[in-house]
Design a protein around this ligand. Sequence first.
Ligand code: FES
Length: 589
Amino acid sequence: MRTTVVVQFGVPVDGIRMTELRSAHWYGGDDRNAYIHRAWMRRGLPGDALNGSKPQIAIANTASDLTPCNMHLNEVADAVKQGVWEAGGVPLNLPVVSLGETQVKPTAMLWRNMAAMAMEEMFRANPIDGLVLLGGCDKTIPALLMAAASVNLPAIVVPGGPMLTGHFRGAPLGCGTDVWRLSEEARAGVISNEEFIASEQSMIRSKGHCNTMGTASTMAVMAEALGMTIPGFAGTPAPDSRLLAMSHETGSLIVSMVAADRRPSGIMTKDAFINAIVAIAAVGGSTNSVVHLLAIAGRVGVTLTLDDFDAAGAGVPVLANLQPSGEFLMDDLYRAGGLLSLLSQVKDLLRPEPITVTGEPFVSYLTGQPVFDETVIRPRENPLMMDAGIAVLRGNLAPRGAIIKPSAATPALLSHTGPAVVFDSVEDMRTRIDDPELDVTAESVLVLRGCGPKGYPGMPEVGNMPIPRKLLEQGVRDMVRISDARMSGTAYGTVVLHTAPEAAAGGPLGLVRDGDLITLDVPNRRLHLDVTNEELATRTPGPATVSAFATPTRGWAKLYVDHVMQADLGADLDFLVGSSGDQVDRESH
Ligand code: FES
């Protein structure tokens, strides 16, 4: 048993007893192995840094020049380091696999599980007592949380923060959302292609991730509502000096978390996941949160199902008037009071027990949080939308479920029956969608298959198919679209996603033919293909995939296709479900 002085949430606390540190198994003792572990690590560290009494804190850092949303995280890591040193720990920068949503092909989602697996193994393999998880761009926070849950070492997330709002010709630009909007306007001839391209240099105004309530912002909300950040951190803009101040505090807090042995499994309980679902519904968050929450829950041993999303989220009002559901952007949310102010208004919908990384209940931070702009954070009695959340649909077209985000949909299309127009792959869709001869009307239901976890592979964000050009020119801006794909968190429309099982796994989506009537009935949570079982039994599935990449013979893609689970289980690999803990039994020397 060793004793050290640590700092708790920025306040020095004397006499917290540090139980024998995990890292002491590397650095403690006087044998040859301890000699080797210490000697190679000294390199200017203070003499007592490796005597087995100071918590070794890894700063899992997704900074990368190829992940533009996370490029600033080295500066953030420096602030974390200062806090760790002050609290009596030893900070260690640990670069981990990073995923730039806009850059990596064929889709960042293919690599989420790989990143999580690599992180988990490095967390376990190294002499580490606690983790600070630096993320931002879409997949980085979920991958970090999946890894931290699997190794179950004390951990805190630092969300890298959204960028400031850029403007084009006097109007604010929402990252992603306005790309979709402007590109559709260019395709419809409302603006020229030159005007569309001219907006490019205004889109990204500063460091940070997308400034809409897209997936990255949603993941920060998720992490905070799960209890895995310092309360009040999520949504702090990347260039804001308070981001560095809270990062500094995080460095101090993780040292006391090690002393308190406060681990993810004690924070991310079932009720904490319910709180995350409620919080994401209240901000109108991304549909991608479903697969990520399911995967994280699987890693920490919590039984979470699609039905939990509908049950916990359906009665929650959307209070954040943010794109893509609403009008404003992330720095407006921060100016209006931030996430805690918003969640204060739905405190009664949150479970009271779950604690945060501070050891205090999350809901204890939801008092005395005024709202400064009710046009951004709408009052409970005047929400942006009632009963939003994420609706889970079932029926003969989605036996294991599909999802839709009603707040991003056209209300009149939430109950709709129309004839199917089927595309067998994203390439097929892109080839034919603007064909003047395509037999499609505003009442049609666009169906896209071959884009699920196995079929693509990797479940890309292509579910928000473009509206056929000839309909755009008629003024049509939304249609019912159904796929086994995902959708960008910045996108919008009446888009049914994550249909399970996917076509490539034998799901009925593979049996749909052009002209089949499909009924979307969101109020009754139904997705129905109006074809008899007898007729379906005679049909041969359409091609599940047209991509050679979808039948890989080696590398990560082969491992992924052989083991990835369906969307209703979070699209994690089957052998990564559950926690392996932090134990390493054998010596390397
Ligand atoms: Fe990184 Fe949007 S592309 S958060």
